[in-house]
Design a protein around this ligand. Structure first.
Ligand SMILES: Nc1nc2c(c(=O)[nH]1)N[C@H]1C(S)=C(S)[C@@H](COP(=O)(O)OP(=O)(O)OC[C@H]3O[C@@H](n4cnc5c(=O)[nH]c(N)nc54)[C@H](O)[C@@H]3O)O[C@H]1N2
Ligand SMILES: Nc1nc2c(c(=O)[nH]1)N[C@H]1C(S)=C(S)[C@@H](COP(=O)(O)OP(=O)(O)OC[C@H]3O[C@@H](n4cnc5c(=O)[nH]c(N)nc54)[C@H](O)[C@@H]3O)O[C@H]1N2
Ligand code: SF4
Ligand SMILES: [Mo]
Length: 819
């Protein structure tokens, strides 16, 4: 909203021309008017660009060059009655509404700095930008000369997501122009799902969507809106109210669908999550990591009570029973044999058997199975919490067996068992030239490339683009991430690796806050915040069944010595003689206009003039012709629209997995097996399975994605800490013998680390399990080493899952005691 500003400008121009022609000493008047005009509240549009899957517009109210208030979307229809007909209001959650506190937080980085103490001590001296660039460029050149570009790594960073210009793509662009850097593959979010799913269902084209461009491999389910057409919704570890929280996004779609269609809602989760809150018909608490066992117990009932859809299984799938088993498969390796106890393990997956694994009474399993087998349309979905585990790959594809066995996919009101998807991906962003380095390391073990790169091989599935890595990482660039210390598994291990000066020779962090990772930097480069810069943002990867674009207009100038990320990387490019290639001769604003025009080709609803876009702030639109039903065309005509498995069908028995099981070098350890069918696997650190650690550490612990922060973003703000303090959820059955009451400070401990946190004693969590929000800031006590910041990764391990090498962040044994 430029209007107040423009009024002020035209007034000043008018006064200035008057002053030139009249006799009055108007200089003073101009100054007075200027001061008065500055005093006017100005409203500009901006966005909350953290990585929560949503993307909320915010209206930034500023005065005298200061942001004084954050408001949220005031366009569109705020009422759920608008659902499906009108554009909803995309209201920001408590985090986005505290952007002002983040902008002016005590932790805000103000000037470029150089480390003077030990890594991690947080002692820095202020330097000039030129000194920072010259020294960093010198060190980078030195590392590349000594070790080659494979020794350079840009860490994961998702804190400023989905914007056109000032994103981490600036860094990628620069590094790829100077020979590149070690790549990474997979992700923390849904690594297990993402890599296991294609074996069962093919790749992620969602078979038959006519128009939606999917920006994320992981969004392959039906839209939230389809839930309104379902009679039964079964959610496995799916918490959209918190993890898709935007007012106009998927949480809104979820609520509206439930309100509109009134399906029966069954939620399966170790925690009674905020997505339930009385909206569910039934909460079934489950032992973590045992969802595949529940599915097998249900499958037993479906098969023995003839509730399966046999014609569907015969036509669309291979490997359900011996009639469709591939020739290469051994006898009795089909799914039905496995469930009925005729498979290699000879165990019948009866409800009694499943009950012991899951902690769910056998009667509940039988009832659930009958309901699933007889209620149509059935919508089964999963969040990513269940798969972020040591056995998460087989677990995530096992959940898909429920819609497969009942033939409930590709039809209105159904889903394929994946997380709900949406329309997105139409905004253009800064292009990145190809990375000349081909070697790529699995994100979940990237830290091992710091000290034993040559131990990471393709045969183990840990690297791609090469047989093995040649070179340890020597130079790291963390931009828009807090991953090195806070968000990767094993914060204590990471701190130890970083403290060893013989390993990483130079570590640069570009951020807006003095995060736990920033404290380990050799050079700290302060970026501008979104409200201090011009940019624009697309909707994110999980906003719902509608799309929008948000203009981000600079509301205030950076208050200190911060520099735009684009310019930081341009200055680096200058020192490597590639500034022209980096900019392609275009200014920041010219790039922005070019990207806007590119976006306009995808989205004709955008105004022709960028100024109009800025004035309007948010442009909402819908992509027509997209039914939102996943695998719809495959269901209609599997010959014409085969899915991208080798057979074109759903591969319940996967020959590719059977081959992988033979060829992949797996480490020794519980759960390190690959099976050709989606079956339950017990991994390390699960209770009741003879893990020797269980004696010392009898509770399972995980860090869910909570209300108070998006990972570590916003976690440092006083408002948030007051409204959503980090607490350890513990069941009264576990709390009582330990003498723990709500509000008590407790110690959570295992061999990898320990942390202090306040307890919340609640029946909202299954006994035997404790949980805290992941992302709190790592703050080890210098003497005791105990993490006083309650960062979940103090407790996590890096034993990756067998198929996808996914991170087991949610699989941990611990003990809890009064502090
Ligand atoms: N134990 C455990 N660990 C986890 C998870 C878990 O479930 N359990 N989840 C994992 C998942 S799914 C993910 S995606 C990762 C996320 O991990 P990260 O990608 O590291 O995400 P954040 O912790 O939000 O850190 C984002 C950083 O970006 C910075 N930032 C924000 N805006 C800007 C900007 O404009 N410019 C710059 N330069 N910086 C900015 C923020 O200050 C913050 O430090 O964490 C993973 N870690
Ligand atoms: N507020 C907020 N929103 C976020 C984020 C955030 O940090 N904060 N992070 C964003 C990002 S990058 C990502 S990747 C997503 C993550 O989204 P998810 O991975 O889906 O989030 P989680 O909280 O890890 O897990 C979701 C639910 O699964 C449950 N769960 C955990 N283990 C199991 C299990 O073994 N079985 C079953 N049935 N349930 C289980 C948890 O209790 C939780 O209620 O969220 C995004 N949204
Ligand atoms: S829902 Fe996500 S994008 Fe929206 S304000 Fe909250 S944290 Fe920001
Ligand atoms: Mo994520």
């Amino acid at each position: 909203m430029l209007i107040p500003q423009m009024k002020r400008r035209s007034l000043l121009t008018g006064l200035a021309s008057l002053s030139a022609t009249s006799l009055f000493p108007l200089k003073e008047v101009v100054a007075a008017v200027n001061a008065a005009a500055n005093d006017i509240e100005k409203i500009t549009w901006s966005a909350c660009t953290v990585n929560c899957g949503s993307r909320c517009p915010v209206r930034v109210v500023s005065k005298n060059g200061q942001v004084i208030r954050i408001e949220t979307d005031n366009t569109g229809n705020p009422c759920s009655c608008a659902f499906g007909k009108d554009f909803p209001q995309v209201r920001a959650c408590i985090r986005g509404r505290s952007i002002r506190q983040r902008l002016y937080s005590a932790e805000r980085l103000k000037y470029p700095m150089k480390r003077v103490g030990e890594r991690g001590e947080g002692k820095f001296e202020r330097i000039t930008w030129d000194q920072a660039f010259d020294e960093i460029a010198g060190k980078l050149k030195d590392v590349i000369q000594k070790y080659g570009n494979e020794a350079v790594f840009i860490n994961h960073g998702s804190g400023n997501n989905g914007i056109a210009m000032n994103s981490r793509k600036c860094a990628q662009r620069f590094f790829n122009l100077i020979g590149g850097n070690l790549n990474f593959f997979s992700d923390y979010s849904a690594g297990q799902f993402q890599n296991a799913w294609p074996y069962l269902m093919g790749s992620f084209d969602r078979s038959g969507y006519t128009s939606a461009i999917m920006s994320q491999d992981t969004n392959v389910g039906s839209y939230m809106e389809q839930i309104a057409n379902a009679k039964l919704y079964v959610g496995f570890g799916n918490n959209p109210a918190v993890t898709r929280a935007s007012g106009g996004g998927q949480a809104f779609g979820f609520n509206c669908s439930l309100e509109k269609g009134r399906p029966k809602v069954i939620m399966i989760d170790p925690i009674y999550s905020d997505s339930m809150m009385g909206r569910e018909d039934e909460w079934i608490p489950i032992n973590p990591g045992t969802d595949a066992a529940l599915v097998e117990g249900i499958a037993y009932v479906l098969i023995t009570e003839n509730l399966i859809d046999k014609p569907f299984l015969d036509k669309y799938c291979i490997g359900y029973d011996e009639t469709t088993l591939p020739k290469s498969a051994p006898k009795n390796s089909d799914y039905k044999s496995h469930i009925l106890g005729k498979g290699p393990d000879r165990i019948a997956k009866t409800p009694e058997w499943a009950s012991k694994e899951t902690g769910i009474p056998k009667e509940t399993i039988i009832r659930l199975a009958r309901e699933i087998g007889t209620t149509k349309p059935l919508f089964v979905a999963q969040g990513w919490g269940p798969q972020r585990r040591g056995n998460g790959d087989s677990l995530s594809i096992a959940i898909a067996m429920l819609p497969i066995l009942t033939g409930q996919l590709g039809l209105p009101g159904t889903n394929n068992g994946a997380r709900e998807a949406d329309q997105n991906g139409f905004a253009a962003s800064l292009p990145v030239p190809p990375n000349p380095v081909k070697a790529s390391v699995c994100l979940n073990v990237w830290h091992r490339a710091i000290y034993e790169a040559d131990q990471l091989t393709a045969k183990q599935g840990l690297v791609r683009g090469c047989d093995k890595l040649k070179q340890n990482i020597k130079f790291m660039w963390e931009t828009q991430g807090n991953n090195v210390i806070n968000q990767h598994t094993g914060s204590n291990l990471m701190a130890k690796l970083l403290k060893d000066p013989k390993l990483v020779e130079c570590f640069v962090v570009v951020d807006t806050q003095m995060t736990p990772t920033a404290k380990f930097a050799d050079y700290l480069l302060p970026d501008v915040a979104g409200q201090e810069n011009n940019d624009f943002s697309g909707d994110s990867y999980s906003v719902g069944g509608h799309c929008y674009l948000i203009a981000m207009e600079k509301a205030v100038n950076p208050q200190h010595g911060q520099m735009r990320n684009w310019d930081i990387m341009r200055e680096m490019a200058k020192r490597f003689g590639v500034e022209d290639k980096y900019t392609e001769g275009k200014t920041y604003d010219q790039w922005l206009m070019e990207l806007y025009e590119k976006t306009r080709k995808n989205v004709p609803e955008l105004p022709a003039s960028y100024a109009d876009f800025v004035r309007q702030g948010i442009v909402k639109y819908k992509v027509n012709g997209d039914s939102g039903i996943t695998m719809e065309n495959f269901r209609k005509d599997p010959e014409k629209y085969p899915i991208k498995t080798p057979s074109g069908k759903i591969e319940i028995y996967s020959e590719r997995l059977a081959k992988l099981a033979k060829e992949q070098e797996l480490p020794k350890g519980q759960g390190q097996v690959i099976l050709p069918i989606p079956a339950y696997i017990v991994c390390q650190e699960m209770r009741g399975h003879q893990d020797p650690l269980e004696k010392k550490y009898p509770l399972e612990c995980y860090g869910y994605h909570g209300q108070g922060h998006v990972h570590s973003s916003y976690a440092n703000l006083p408002w948030i800490q007051e409204l959503q303090p980090d607490l350890l959820l513990i069941n009264p059955i576990d709390a009582q013998p330990r003498g723990i009451k709500s509000g008590d400070r407790v110690l959570v401990k295992n061999d990898r680390g320990s942390l202090f946190i306040k307890a919340k004693v609640t029946p909202r969590i299954i006994p035997g399990v404790v949980a805290l929000p992941q992302g709190s800031w790592y703050q080890p006590n210098p003497k005791s080493g105990v993490d006083e910041g309650a960062c979940m990764n103090t407790l996590t391990s890096s034993i990756v899952s067998p198929i996808s090498k996914g991170s087991p962040m949610h699989t941990n044994l611990v003990e809890v005691s009064l502090a």
